[in-house]
Ligand binder design. Structure first.
Ligand code: M6R
Length: 605
């Protein structure tokens, strides 16, 4: 939700900011803006509604004067997507950009109004600009005025701030919203996510909550919000291994398409080095001690679907009871204390507010905490008792694809890691074959062989996704992917539930996509599909070993998967479901990478 970026250095800042904001655009795209100095050290603010392309048009050939500059892309929370509500916000000499929420906005606004302040926007952010400005005018130096202002603020924020009187300086703060600092030769960058500056440096410091940094060109000093600036120190930067290529579309039309086809690499990299002999993830039990008595998984959206698959893997392999919870619901329920229990949060971004909140709520009642995230340095990695990183690389498309594959991969490894006995070499070898099999399947997926099925789905009045066992979470994921980028009605169900209500929706024009990986439940699934066809529904079966002779009997059309292990089949079926949604959305002319109303990381409740 919103992305911020700051720069301080000897280069003209605007090309750097615009390229960085473009890479952050997945975080929001309602409006955007930049603030920079001109040759006379005057600050200029340019803001516009819509995407970065609109901002680029407004900026034109302007490059800005070397020194500091800030930029923002917005996912609207407080106030509509208008120019007035776009960031940066200015108050006197202070200009800032913000990602987060000011919770005591109303009280602060009333107080500032009583002091004669006039508000130009509906945002909570403007309050921050006025607070910093008033502390600055009262005589504090630039960084101290930020500290003074923030001591009055409740809520979450990542901030980048410049001051008219200090054209080389940049102050950034992190409290509850992600912020990373990258340092190069005589220059430094701050941004909500690493890809924003990955082209310029790989030396990264991930700020902790409650930290503030003062940046002047390549000099970076970090301290706690309450510590005097004289005590701030140069942080330790670490080298990130992410390849900048990940954040480029290459020859693909969309990031989502590229990322679907990067699924096999995501699985391969997530497996890599994680199996030693017949043991998987040895670091897991080293960090958390004994096998848990129970596991509760919390997540949102696609990550929640991965967790539902994880439950099936772990319960079958280990006998440990696993419950899977939607984070936003779980965190506000009474949580029964469990000293032997693990709470496992799953989040691609590692910044989803509800997932982090759910982990924290469980931690307080005695759970050991484990995070599974794709983003090194994210809040989830830093604040969980132990963390398993998936290695999908940066995921830019708002619809999660390769990150889901990597989550499923790590959950499979976790099921091996927690197995009570010896894991057979056969099982391990079969797992290690998954990425190669997925790779060759993905190569075959680019063909036109999906066209008839895609055409049918596109013309459907409603698309239902239904499956049993492993195929149920896959159905939920297929439906979510389809909804979020095609904007067409769709839903996912356990097939056994259809006749408890949803089957009333079935009539000619309705299509049912049925993943059929779980061979143990195929007979029952086939009966459910017959019931659908009997009511005029059109059934598209997706799986291995679907006999041609059954066409017109229990299915109408099919997408064949190779005859493989169920583990491999899950990844292949997920890729097909992602690709079907992608192709239909492209045909409909939708903005696939940045679907309406959504943002990549949901850092507000
Ligand atoms: O970063 P997270 O994995 O915590 O994000 C959770 C959901 O917001 C995310 O999976 C969302 O549902 C995706 N847009 C789905 O494609």
């Amino acid at each position: 939700m919103c992305g911020i970026m700051g720069y301080s250095g000897a280069r003209p800042p605007l090309p750097i900011l615009l390229s960085g904001l473009e890479r952050l655009e997945y975080r929001g795209y309602d409006s955007s803006g930049v603030a920079f100095f001109d040759d006379s050290d005057e600050i200029h603010v340019i803001r516009t509604t819509g995407k970065i392309s609109a901002l680029k048009d407004r900026v034109g050939k302007e490059e800005g004067h070397p020194g500091s500059a800030i930029g923002h892309i917005r996912w609207a929370t407080h106030g509509a997507a208008t120019v007035q509500n776009a960031h940066p916000h200015q108050s006197g000499p202070i200009v800032l950009v913000h990602n987060g929420i000011v919770e005591n906005e109303q009280a602060l606004k009333e107080e500032l109004r009583r002091e004669g302040v006039r508000f130009d926007s509906d945002t909570d952010t403007e309050v921050l600009a006025h607070l910093v400005s008033s502390a600055y005018r009262a005589g504090s130096d630039f960084p101290s005025s930020v500290q003074a202002a923030l001591s009055r603020v409740e809520g979450s924020y990542a901030l980048a701030i410049i001051s008219r009187d200090h054209p080389s300086d940049l102050v950034v703060v992190r409290q509850g919203a992600p912020l990373l600092i990258g340092v190069g030769e005589g220059e430094a960058f701050a941004a909500s996510d690493i890809p924003a500056f990955l082209h310029f440096t790989r030396q990264v410091y991930s700020m902790k909550n409650g930290e503030i940094a003062f940046i002047r060109h390549g000099s970076v000093k970090v301290g706690k919000l309450l510590d005097p600036p004289s005590e701030w120190k140069t942080p330790e930067f670490s080298t990130v291994s992410w390849d900048p290529f990940f954040a480029e579309k290459g020859t693909y039309r969309h990031f989502m398409e590229k990322e679907i086809f990067e699924g096999s690499r995501a699985v391969m990299d997530t497996f890599s080095g994680r199996i030693v002999g017949d043991r998987a993830l040895p670091e897991l039990l080293e960090a958390l001690g004994e096998r848990p008595g129970s596991i509760t998984m919390v997540a949102c959206g696609t990550s929640w679907h991965a967790a539902l698959l994880g439950r099936l893997f772990i319960e079958a392999a280990t006998g440990i009871p696993v419950s899977v919870e939607i984070a936003s619901e779980f965190r506000y329920r009474p949580i029964l204390s469990s000293r032997e229990g693990w709470i496992v949060g799953i989040s691609q971004s590692g910044e989803t507010a509800d997932t982090l909140g759910a982990i924290e709520a469980a931690r307080k009642t005695g759970y050991k905490t484990l995070g599974i995230t794709n983003v090194p340095g994210s809040t989830m990695e830093r604040e969980s008792g132990a963390c398993l990183l998936t290695h999908a690389g940066p995921e830019i498309g708002v619809a999660s694809t390769k990150a889901f594959q990597a989550q499923v991969a790590i959950l499979l490894l976790m099921s091996l890691a927690l197995s009570p006995g010896h894991v057979s070499m056969e099982r391990i070898e079969s797992l290690l074959r998954v990425p190669v099999r997925l790779e060759s399947f993905l190569e075959s997926m680019v063909s036109e062989r999906f066209d008839p099925v895609i055409d049918r789905i596109r013309q459907s009045t409603l698309v239902l996704f239904a499956g049993r066992g492993l195929d149920y979470p896959l159905s939920l994921e297929g439906a979510l992917k389809f909804k979020e980028i095609t904007y067409r009605p769709a839903d996912g169900y356990p097939s056994g539930e259809l006749k408890h209500g949803p089957i009333a929706l079935v009539e000619p024009g309705v299509t049912i996509v049925a993943p059929m990986i779980d061979s143990s439940l195929r007979t029952k699934e086939v009966s459910n599909l017959r019931e659908i066809r009997a009511r005029g529904g059109y059934v598209i079966a997706l799986g291995p070993d679907i006999e041609e002779s059954q066409r017109g009997v229990w299915y109408d059309d099919k997408v064949d998967l190779p005859h493989e292990s169920a583990s491999t089949g899950i990844f292949q079926a997920a890729a097909v479901l992602q690709y079907l949604a992608y192709r239909v959305a492209v045909m409909l002319g939708n903005d696939v990478d940045q679907p309406r109303n959504l943002a990549k990381s949901v850092t507000v409740e």
